[in-house]
Design a protein around this ligand. Structure first.
Ligand code: 7ML
Ligand code: ZN
Length: 879
């Protein structure tokens, strides 16, 4: 049966080593849009420890096999068995040379996996299992070999022919054709193979590594995008320098190529020395990209570059170990961004993202540990859990071991495993051994899914000055796993006086006190800490810097939250306290709304926001984060039965009341920041723009909003300010919105990335009418159902970021979306599966919506020829 087809489950425990070493893979690829011919030669040697004879197992998908020879003997169909995606040659000699020739058809490949067409050029995406759509090969990450690749093509159509490693030869051929040969000296798994062929322009720079290696840096783009590469190049150079400084890791080849494409299923791909990027994460100019885009580019360029060590030099034994490279590399890119921008702001954004995307995932039908035990379609496991939660677990090692201890562990990890395909256990062992500590209990984080709840209770005895803090951890059963254990939780704690001073921390067992954050370790289900010599009842500042990925329950009074918001030394705790206060206020009004009672604004929240707005000391970007109200989906997660309309109404009510009560402060801050300075890219300028534009979004709730937005739009010299203004007008339903959108469309209609923003602004508009607009926009010339960025911008944003649109109680959003999932599945199963997960939380809604969503899930499930990708998502959701 075909791997990944519905029902076929692959288990981690069934891992078997591959019996063969492959000394070298020689590829000759005659590149063509309609037909590409691939000749492969592999030298197989039986590994020691395996008894001869063994069979050779290869993977292939959608390949037209022209010929296959073993030790120069042509094999007939009787000599091998093709079953689903595997080809087996029984009883092969211990030394075997295998040659194959296949044809593939890139222009018919809409799945964007394997070799496919983007605009006028051809490119590949092989992670996780795309290489098998190019040639027969053991397409598993523990089979590593060196690649020699000769590319041949028409010289006019494909002047640029790229693959991994160094260029070692080129020449001309009769008939206007030419060839280029590439040699990659580092053994690599097939998922890191890449080729690019086409007429691309390039921007070039250089980097000299610390040890003096000269690296040529090249970014290849379509000609018209040459003026949008500067930021990506600067980010790459910063990433290279940073990795030397912080991780002592240098680049290992003399070339580093990045290719940008508009047609990509994911963000980017770390193919050895030939990274391929979604153009969204390369191309930027101040008038086309927002500050968030600039930061996204820096982060993703960093991420792919950092993979060169964490992923490429040391790779994964099997796909169950995906978090080994991804969690670690996300941790590294987070740290890079934190060092380049504001650490506190980066941290808050990461935590917000984890809570609003990963927590629901872990509580839903696709719940899985960061190292899953089973999957049916690996592409469905490139998840927030593997990546974001995986990164928080790497961060906990860092918290427990400190920067020095962590770096010692990394050093040992590379000493032991450079050039190998390894497991999460190997990583843990390196960290443990390098620091001479036992991390076995900590290792449970790899195998347990779900988000632990930590209930905190406390008691202050004013007579003795004793403060008792009790923590109880509990992880509820998840969809995939009934029994849960307690986990090791780094618990960073501070205690504040009511007026916000840091109190000395002295456990009853200690002789003296310390000041500042204390790192405690929780291992048991229940644990108690007794602090002495406290002059007053402290305000606990819990899990500072989000020291463990848990849900904390502590009954703060409004007064205590106000103290934390105003005074805590930890920016995460300050921000979180503000979020909690806002969340409570909104959910209370939501209850009022549901019971037809009048809504009201909580005074503590008003005072807290007043305090934030009046703060002239703090980083403006941090203040901006504090002013962003919890989003509707995050609020929905806090309710037993989601009240879609109540949340929307209550959140708007609170926002509008805050805006009007504090209008003067918002206006003042806005005009201070709106100082007519020309655009600059610096972190400080981005921070100012973020606070300015959050102020504008509040002011849109007042009678000055429309004219401010209109002025800002008129004078803007950058995409951040332009979008903030138009979005403001669109959301308030201003009469100016239509012109603003159509002017924007006229100006940018031929610009794919900017038009994504135009689609997003419309797809995000609240209310049940939006589905009609979205449907209409699918006919817009700039939209294409074949292009993942377009699908995400219009359909993904509507179904995942527009709750009142998607969850319209007449079911119109659901029906529209299910149609799209079915339509997409025939073209691009990976994207279809991502879209299908919009229904994952269906059981948390009221009976009416539940029934409507279930009906759509069943409709999708019964569609003909449904892919394994979508089948896995839908059948889990229906379970
Ligand atoms: C995460 C990636 C993939 C899937 C990129 C594809 C990648 C696999 C690839 C963080 C930053 C940028 C991209 C991604 C991401 C989902 C997310 N190996 O490098 O992990
Ligand atoms: Zn990655």
């Amino acid at each position: 049966m075909k791997e990944g087809v519905a029902g076929k489950v692959i288990y981690r425990k069934n891992y078997l080593a591959y019996p063969w070493d492959i000394k070298q893979l020689n590829l000759h690829i005659a590149v063509g849009v309609e037909t590409t011919t691939v000749r492969a030669q592999m030298d197989f040697n039986l590994k020691s420890g395996f008894d001869s004879p063994q069979s050779i197992v290869l993977h292939g998908g959608d390949l037209q096999l022209l010929s296959i020879t073993l030790n120069d003997r042509r094999l007939s169909e009787a000599d091998y068995v093709i079953e689903g995606e595997t080809l087996t040659i029984a009883d092969a000699p211990a030394t075997s040379v295998l040659k194959t020739e296949v044809q593939i058809h890139p222009s018919k490949n809409f799945a964007l996996e394997g070799l496919y067409l983007s605009g006028e050029f051809l490119l590949t995406q092989c992670e996780a299992q795309g290489f098998r759509k190019i040639t027969w090969f053991p397409d598993r990450p523990d089979v590593m070999t060196t690649y020699r690749v000769t590319l041949e093509a028409d010289q006019l159509a494909f002047p640029v022919l790229l693959s991994n490693g160094n260029e070692v030869g080129r020449g001309e051929l009769p008939g206007g054709r030419h060839w280029v040969r590439w040699d990659d000296p580092f053994p690599k798994p097939s998922y890191l193979f890449a080729l690019v062929a086409g007429d691309l322009a390039l921007v070039e720079d250089r980097f000299t590594t610390r040890s003096g290696r000269e690296v040529s840096l090249r970014i290849y783009v379509e000609e018209e995008n040459l003026d949008r590469c500067e930021h990506a190049m600067e980010s790459l150079i910063n990433a290279m320098r940073w990795d030397e400084k912080r991780f002592n890791l240098e680049y290992d080849l003399n070339i580093y190529h990045i290719v940008a494409t508009n047609d990509f299923n994911m963000g980017a791909m770390e193919n050895k020395s030939l990274n391929i990027f979604n153009s969204k994460y390369v191309l930027a100019r101040p008038d086309t990209a927002t500050d968030a885009d600039y930061q996204g580019i820096e982060g993703v360029i960093g991420h792919e570059y950092f993979h060169n060590w964490t992923g490429n030099r040391v790779t994964c034994q099997d796909w169950f170990q995906l978090t080994l490279k991804e969690g670690l590399t996300v941790f590294r890119d987070e740290e890079f961004s934190a060092d380049m921008q504001s650490r506190a702001v980066k941290r808050i954004r990461v935590i917000r993202d984890l809570r609003s995307r990963q927590y629901p995932e872990d509580d839903g039908p696709m719940s899985h540990p960061i190292r899953p035990d089973q999957y049916s379609e690996i592409n469905n496991f490139y998840t927030a859990t593997i990546y974001q939660k995986g990164a928080t677990i790497i961060r906990m090692y860092h918290t427990l071991l400190g920067e020095d201890g962590f770096q010692k562990g990394m050093k040992l990890y590379f000493e032991r495993h450079d050039g190998q395909a390894v497991t999460c256990d190997d990583f843990l062992a390196a960290m443990a051994d390098a620091n001479d500590v036992n991390l076995d209990r900590f290792g449970r984080w790899y195998s347990q899914s779900g988000t632990p709840q930590v209930k905190v209770t406390d008691n202050y005895d004013s007579e003795t000055g004793t403060y008792t803090l009790k923590l109880e951890q509990h992880t509820a059963p998840t969809h995939d796993q009934q029994d849960k254990h307690s986990l090791v939780l780094p618990f960073a704690l501070g205690l504040l006086s009511e007026d916000g001073k840091e109190l000395p921390l002295q456990l009853e067992t200690e002789a003296s006190a310390t000041v500042g954050t204390r790192l405690l370790i929780i291992e048991k289900a229940q644990q108690e800490f007794i602090f002495i010599n406290l002059p007053e009842k402290p305000v606990p500042s819990l899990f500072r810097d989000f020291s463990a990925p848990v849900k904390v329950q502590y009954e703060y009074t409004q007064q205590q939250l106000a103290t934390l918001i105003a005074h805590d030394s930890d920016p995460f705790v300050r921000w979180d306290a503000a979020q909690q206060m806002a969340q409570t206020a909104i959910l209370e009004q939501c209850a009022n709304h549901r019971q037809d009672r009048e809504m009201s604004l909580d005074v503590s929240l008003l005072r807290a926001f007043e305090g934030v707005l009046s703060d002239r000391e703090a980083d403006p970007a941090l203040l901006a984060e504090a002013l962003v109200l919890p989003d509707e989906d995050y609020l929905a997660e806090q309710m037993d039965v989601v009240d879609v309309d109540g949340i929307h109404a209550a959140r708007n009510y609170i926002k509008s009341r805050l805006a009007n009560e504090l209008q003067e402060l918002f206006s003042e801050r806005y005009s201070d920041l709106n100082d007519a300075q020309a655009y600059r890219k610096s972190a400080a300028d981005m921070a100012r723009r973020s606070l300015k534009n959050i102020c504008l979004s509040y002011l849109m709730e007042t009678d000055v909003g429309e004219s401010l937005a209109s002025d800002q739009l008129g004078s803007s010299d950058n995409m951040t300010d332009t979008l903030a203004a138009i979005r403001g007008l669109v959301l308030m339903d201003s009469g100016l919105a239509e012109t603003a959108l159509s002017d924007f469309e006229i100006k940018w209609k031929d610009d794919a990335l900017v038009m994504d923003k135009w689609f997003i602004m419309q797809a995000i508009k609240p209310g049940r009418e939006t589905v009609v607009l979205v449907r209409k926009l699918m006919d817009h010339p700039a939209f294409s159902i074949q292009n993942p960025n377009k699908v995400r911008a219009l359909i993904g944003v509507f179904s995942m970021l527009n709750p009142t649109g998607f969850h319209a109680d007449n079911g119109s959003g659901y029906e529209f979306h299910a149609d799209r999932v079915i339509e997409l599945d025939a073209l691009n199963p990976q994207i279809a599966a991502r879209m299908a997960s919009a229904f994952n939380r269906w059981k948390r809604y009221d009976e009416g919506r539940k029934a409507l969503m279930k009906a759509q899930l069943q409709r999708i499930a019964s569609a003909e020829n449904l892919s394994g990708d979508v089948t896995e998502i839908i059948s889990n959701a229906l379970k």
